[in-house]
Design a protein around this ligand. Sequence first.
Ligand code: NAP
Length: 351
Amino acid sequence: MDCDVLIVGASGLVGRELLSGLGGYRLASAKTKPGRGEGLPVSNETEFGLAETSACSGDTLAEPAKSRSAPAAPQAAEEPLDRVLGTANANPAAGLLQLDITDAAAAGELLGRLRPRCVIHTAALTDVNLCEVEAERSRAINVVGTVNVARAAAAVGARYLYFSSDYVFGGDHGPHPPGEAKAPMNVYGAHKAEAEELLADCVENYLIIRGCNLYGYQEGGKNFAMAVFELGRQGKSMRVAVDQWGNPTLARDMARAVSRLIDSSLRGAIHLAGPDHVSRYDWARRAARAFDLDEGFITGLSSNELSAVAPRPAHGGLDAGEAERELGMRFVGLDEGLAVMRADLQRAGKL
Ligand SMILES: NC(=O)c1ccc[n+]([C@@H]2O[C@H](COP(=O)([O-])OP(=O)(O)OC[C@H]3O[C@@H](n4cnc5c(N)ncnc54)[C@H](OP(=O)(O)O)[C@@H]3O)[C@@H](O)[C@H]2O)c1
């Protein structure tokens, strides 16, 4: 069976947005649980509906970055694709295929059977503190698992899009442009950086997509904005850092940008992120306001006072200006993205 796109990690925040946005298989409408290799009926709905840059329709491209082997050829994959499939591991859902990426043979077998022309690898152990204390587990998933899927993609001649993070950078000088030297400060960042380095030996047609501070409505999800919503709604307190900065990025916006990379010839690394560089404290308070919550439950503290298990850069984040020019789109700002999330919460009957 051939499929257009295989999303590895489709039970996660970004994977779900990709799955529903690419118009393939909708988790929410699942009524039956198909067997391996089957999926749900194709939906014609596309949930991408975010801001375009008015002047740029793909013909005003920036100079290709040095790390890239070919000029950009942006292509909006906004028509529903013929076959978009997704995988899950510990959190199976109707319509998703089972894959543990630490199992190289299973990855090879699944991709050999599906023969996708593009593999979007969002699967990862994303709990940064857990990675710090369970470094072997982090390595097995975030490094070895990445290599396993990249090799399986190469074996069927698929394009391979790999999700990495701003945590491959360290220190105090974000938002980071592509091409900056990597200097990870924690185990998660180090393993993402290691996986990036290994890709060139695994698969020819690959692109590293670095993201940061992803958020959006997700049933049962634990992303930062969902945590603000849930804790505020339950009247619990929330302690957040006043001295950690990044670029909050609406997951749906990320998925929309990625849809344009499936058929592009971009290689190397690209940064996809929202335009606002804000502290976690600012982000939390703006989210609370967007969700009609009294901000009093949020307490701002220094990183030292919070003493998280894993160290984090003070000024992280990503500069996505080059990507916006190349893709002919702009990422929404924080308040606009939170308004999208608010509307999703209302649609889901949560607000
Ligand atoms: N969230 C952020 O702020 C952020 C920032 C920068 C970069 N990123 C990167 O962006 C990507 C997507 O992030 P996200 O927030 O969508 O992640 P997420 O919500 O934590 O989802 C992680 C996904 O990985 C899957 N997974 C974990 N272990 C697996 C294994 N052994 N085998 C197969 N699948 C496995 C999970 O499947 P199950 O749950 O079914 O096991 C889930 O689908 C990740 O690569 C992450 O590192 C995220």
